[in-house]
Design a protein around this ligand. Structure first.
Ligand SMILES: C[S@@+](CC[C@H](N)C(=O)[O-])C[C@H]1O[C@@H](n2cnc3c(N)ncnc32)[C@H](O)[C@@H]1O
Length: 236
């Protein structure tokens, strides 16, 4: 992002450096059609995106870098595959959040030992789910308009304990709230080129501990090939 969108650091609350989220609320969050699209897509999502080596490697980093029993938030968790299942298998306590009831229905069957909540990730800013040792945010923040992404990253930063870890993935693309056909539906997506993404996550208060940028060809011809960006992040 070229500008800061008016955020400022808040006062220390409850021993943590909480932020002022007023600007977040003022953005006027438009979710029109996003959950409905994923409700309609359902398990075709997993069929269209098989062979998730990059995501599995990033999930394995998160799983291994945290002690067993860590509390991990899987934001925009989708069907729970592969990530919530992978984190549960590694002995962690997983809380998944997603806007789409249909994706959550699948997630609850796929990963019965995780806790799933329907909700907008923006609503996590009130802290109602508590704090976390780790966050998985795989291809979730790309569903937000660009001006919202720095706020979402700062919020996830604040939901992490100091030193907590986040595995983030995005698709590399210089677009903002851009409508694309996606498995017979239309969704709106945003993205950055990699250098700009690095800057956005650093501005949100993360150190980049590792990254990869694999090329990915979905199994469906209804989704174009993409460059995926995986960042392993540590809350400063
Ligand atoms: C591209 S899918 C990624 C799913 C999963 N993280 C994965 O890697 O397979 C994006 C998910 O984010 C969810 N989503 C979109 N906007 C959201 C929002 N504002 N809050 C929470 N979830 C959202 C969608 O319903 C969908 O399940």
């Amino acid at each position: 992002m070229k500008e800061s969108h008016g955020h400022r650091r808040g006062e220390a609350v409850g021993g943590q450096d909480r932020r002022d989220y007023d600007g977040y609320a003022r953005l006027g969050l438009d979710r029109n059609g996003q959950a409905e699209a994923f409700d309609a897509i359902g398990d075709r999502y997993d069929e269209a995106f098989p062979h998730k080596e990059g995501q599995l490697a990033a999930g394995a980093w998160l799983a291994a870098a945290l002690p067993p029993g860590s509390r991990i938030l899987d934001v925009g968790c989708g069907t729970g595959l592969p990530t919530a299942r992978q984190l549960i298998a590694a002995g962690h306590e997983v809380t998944g959040v997603d806007l789409s009831p249909g994706m959550l229905d699948l997630a609850r069957v796929n990963v019965p030992d995780a806790a799933f909540h329907r909700g907008d990730l923006a609503d996590l800013r009130d802290g109602h789910l508590g704090t976390f040792d780790g966050v998985a945010a795989f291809f979730a923040l790309l569903m937000l308009p660009r001006p919202e992404i720095p706020y979402a990253l700062r919020m996830l930063h604040d939901l992490l304990r100091p030193g907590g870890l986040m595995a983030l993935s995005m698709v590399e693309a210089d677009v903002d709230d851009y409508a694309i056909p996606f498995l017979g539906n239309t969704i709106r997506v945003s993205g950055y080129l990699r250098e700009e993404l690095r800057q956005v996550v650093r501005d949100a208060g993360f150190d980049i501990a590792g990254e990869s940028s694999p090329a990915y060809a979905p199994a469906s011809t209804d989704v174009p090939p993409e460059i995926q960006l995986f960042l392993n992040l540590r809350r400063v």
